[in-house]
Design a binder for this molecule. Structure first.
Ligand code: NDP
Length: 458
């Protein structure tokens, strides 16, 4: 008999925790997992997946408009918010069940309760009032959306936790924050026909992305009808007879039916009683870990957003898998956090991987930039004014492609594949010798011959 109830106890049934539990069990470990909300975590339940479904919904009006140029006559379109939400909920419930079914099939014991530490090897399931011991414990509790705790009227705001379940679609929405979530929901609600305003404290949204990409997307979103307010933040939110009124730092008043705050997310460690386990916690509530996801306590590990490394679902999954392989599969695996392809599902969408032009200029002796800005074929007779932007960032010394940035239809799909090339060390010469696939937008990536600019360190 083992001295512990389980070999592994996982706290948190999101992407990272579920993957780790499943793989550890397949390696022969006795595994349990607990989740206090819904299996699937933020990504499946109130993040990437429902968001992408809403992105699809938001892009139909433009398709309807473009179809006229291709000969179609359509009647007047109307949109049913409730039907979208109901169908989305059905799909999310299906995925949630699939997550649990996969865990069961792998032989994992599943609990539905929040949990906290009692001591370094013991967790208590709060709602179930049971305790279990485990040789290893994995913390995979994710994060939660921030709100400004000093803002007057903050009780009137919603966050990304609420946006997927509104009874009615807001006719006017104001979104605070110019990051992934703010920009994506601005595009979604604008596409669905809401009067949409995005307020961002800086001069240009999507800080950290390639500057040319940021400017291009911002302008395209303006052309699509999104209102931007830059250099201001809300100082007060009031409820009135007509909805909400937000007052900004310049005294500007913005009226809306809903005000969505998307000003970042924080690691979710409150309530875990980490002190009882001796696990160190950082200033933002994050759990610092080493390259193998080990916390300050040798047998307690953490993966995903709770560690505040790269807050993306596939990264959490990879970290969870690597942990399980390393600890239970005798296959030591360290996750490489470089060159992760990522997308922002704005309209137009962004797909990006590797260094931005600005990062390359800072790091490399010579940076060569190839850029193309063009009207996609569908827009020619479809009549849309949107333009695509494609950029390759090349290390002038080695000819290696170190970054790729795409804005426009299917940018995410392209970035995923270029990520493989960049990770294989492909050079610009490899791109040049690849025969283009015609007619496609992606062919532009292998036909950009003349550098747009070069930067040399003096
Ligand atoms: P982000 O960190 O992407 O953006 C936060 C935004 O809020 C920034 O514009 C930031 O400004 C601004 N901000 C921060 N603090 C304040 C404040 N106190 N007052 C006003 N503005 C503020 O966070 P999100 O909430 O958009 O998303 C969280 C994370 O979720 C993302 O970073 C990403 O990792 C993940 N995600 C990924 C998606 C994808 O892969 N497609 C989709 C959605 C989320 P500044 O830039 O000046 O700091």
């Amino acid at each position: 008999m083992s001295e512990y109830d389980y070999d592994l106890f996982v706290i948190g049934g999101g992407s990272g925790g579920v993957r780790a539990a499943r793989i550890a069990s397949q390696h022969g470990a006795r595994v349990a997992i607990t989740e206090g909300f819904r299996y699937g975590g933020t990504c499946v339940i109130r993040g990437c997946v429902p968001k992408k479904l809403m992105v699809y919904a938001s892009r139909f009006p433009e398709e309807f408009k473009e179809s006229a140029g291709f000969g179609w006559n359509l009647g007047e379109a109307s949109f049913d918010w409730k039907r979208l939400i109901d169908n989305k909920d059905t799909e999310i419930a299906r995925l949630e069940n699939a997550y649990q079914a996969n865990l069961k099939r792998a032989g994992v014991d599943i609990y539905s309760s929040f949990a906290h530490f009692v001591d370094p090897h013991t967790v208590k399931l709060i709602e179930e009032d049971r305790t279990f011991t485990a040789r290893y414990i994995l913390i995979a509790t994710g994060g939660y959306p921030n709100i400004d705790q000093t803002l007057e009227g903050r009780e009137h705001l919603i966050t990304s936790n609420d946006i997927f379940h509104l009874d009615e679609m807001p006719k006017r929405i104001c979104i605070a924050g110019g990051g992934y979530i703010g920009m994506e929901f601005a595009s979604i609600f604008n596409g669905l026909g809401a009067e949409t305003t995005l307020i961002y404290r800086g001069p240009e949204p999507l800080r950290g992305f390639d500057d040319e990409v940021r400017a291009h997307v911002r302008q395209e979103m303006i052309d699509n009808g999104v209102n931007f307010v830059f250099g201001e933040v809300f100082t007060k939110i009031e409820k009135t007879e007509n909805g909400l009124v937000g007052t900004t730092t310049t005294g500007r008043k913005i009226e809306a039916d809903q005000i969505l705050f998307a000003i970042g997310r924080s690691p979710l460690t409150d309530g875990l009683n980490l002190g009882a386990a001796g696990v160190q916690v950082g200033e933002r509530g994050e759990i610092p870990v080493d390259s193998e996801s080990r916390t300050s306590v040798g047998h307690i590990y953490a993966v995903g957003d709770v560690t505040d490394r790269v807050a993306l679902t596939p990264v959490a999954i990879r970290e969870g898998h690597a942990f399980a392989d390393s600890v239970f599969g005798e296959m030591k695996t360290v996750v490489d956090h470089e060159n992760i392809a990522t997308a922002v599902f704005t309209t137009p969408e962004i797909g990006t991987v590797g260094l931005t032009e600005e990062q390359a200029v800072q790091r490399l002796d010579e940076t060569v930039v190839y850029a193309a800005n063009f009207k996609p074929m569908k827009a020619t007779i479809g009549g849309s004014n949107g333009r695509m932007l494609m950029k390759l960032i090349v290390d002038g010394s080695s000819d290696r492609v170190v970054g790729a940035h795409i804005v426009g239809p299917d940018a995410a799909e392209m970035a995923q594949l270029i990520g493989v090339l960049i990770n294989c060390g492909a050079t610009k010469a490899h791109f040049d010798t690849t025969i283009p696939l015609h007619p496609s937008a992606a062919e532009e990536l292998v036909t950009m011959r003349e550098p747009t600019r070069r930067h040399k360190k003096s």
